[in-house]
Design a protein around this ligand. Structure first.
Ligand SMILES: Cc1cc2nc3c(=O)[nH]c(=O)nc-3n(C[C@H](O)[C@H](O)[C@H](O)COP(=O)(O)O)c2cc1C
Length: 192
């Protein structure tokens, strides 16, 4: 009996009448599919996370980014354990987050695998970056805004690690009111 209940997925058809549920899933595969779809639907921003250690730099497309605390100012980024960014944040003890203009949505596709740094040209995968002044973590030169963080703690979660950083610097670009990119603006999805 427990098994049948565990795989039954319901949603409220009429929130005024919580008894009125519709059973959706026939089994674990369908439940997986529905759960993924629901998690993908969470409205999420899309950012570039910059990291640096030992002269190496990287920018990584990331949606699992959010402010975690107001005082102190803490932001969390959640990174796959196998990602190059994971090693760089762990070793370098810092990261930066670039807020991207909606019009620059094509850029994020260039940072879904480890980026090639050209330190002389100051480009990663051919895209211009700046070293954030406090931590040295790279930020997109054309970012709408960015902030940089010192790593405050790391929480191993499983496939991913939550890196909690304290904001130690922030800056806005020339068009601070530009609309910001969200995952929904792209055909990409992540997580779920
Ligand atoms: C829309 C989208 C959002 C993503 N968000 C994250 C994220 O929040 N955390 C993460 O670890 N990888 C995320 N990724 C995957 C990374 O961009 C990709 O695995 C990257 O190559 C790993 O970074 P690396 O260059 O440090 O190895 C996302 C990918 C896409 C397409």
């Amino acid at each position: 009996m427990g098994g049948a209940v565990a795989y039954r997925v319901s949603f409220v058809v009429d929130s005024r009448n919580p008894d009125e549920y519709v059973a959706l899933a026939a089994g674990p595969d369908e439940y997986d599919r529905i759960r993924r779809r629901v998690l993908w639907r969470m409205p999420t921003g899309l950012y570039l996370v910059g990291s640096t250690a030992g002269g190496e730099r990287n920018l990584m497309t990331a949606s699992l980014v959010m402010q975690l605390c107001v005082d102190p100012k803490l932001v969390g980024v959640v990174v796959e354990t196998a990602a190059r960014t994971h090693g760089l944040i762990t070793a370098g003890g810092c990261f930066a987050v670039s807020l991207i203009a909606r019009d620059d949505r094509a850029l994020v596709r260039r940072f879904v695998r480890p980026a090639r740094d050209d330190p002389a040209a100051h480009t990663l995968n051919g895209v211009a970056y700046l070293d954030a002044p406090v931590t040295g973590a790279p930020v997109l030169a054309q970012a709408v805004a960015y902030f940089e963080c010192r790593l405050e703690r790391s929480v191993a979660l499983g496939s991913h690690t939550l890196f909690v950083g304290e904001v130690v610097g922030a800056a806005v670009g020339t068009d601070p009111d530009a609309e910001l990119l969200r995952v929904e603006d792209t055909r990409m999805s992540y997580g779920g």
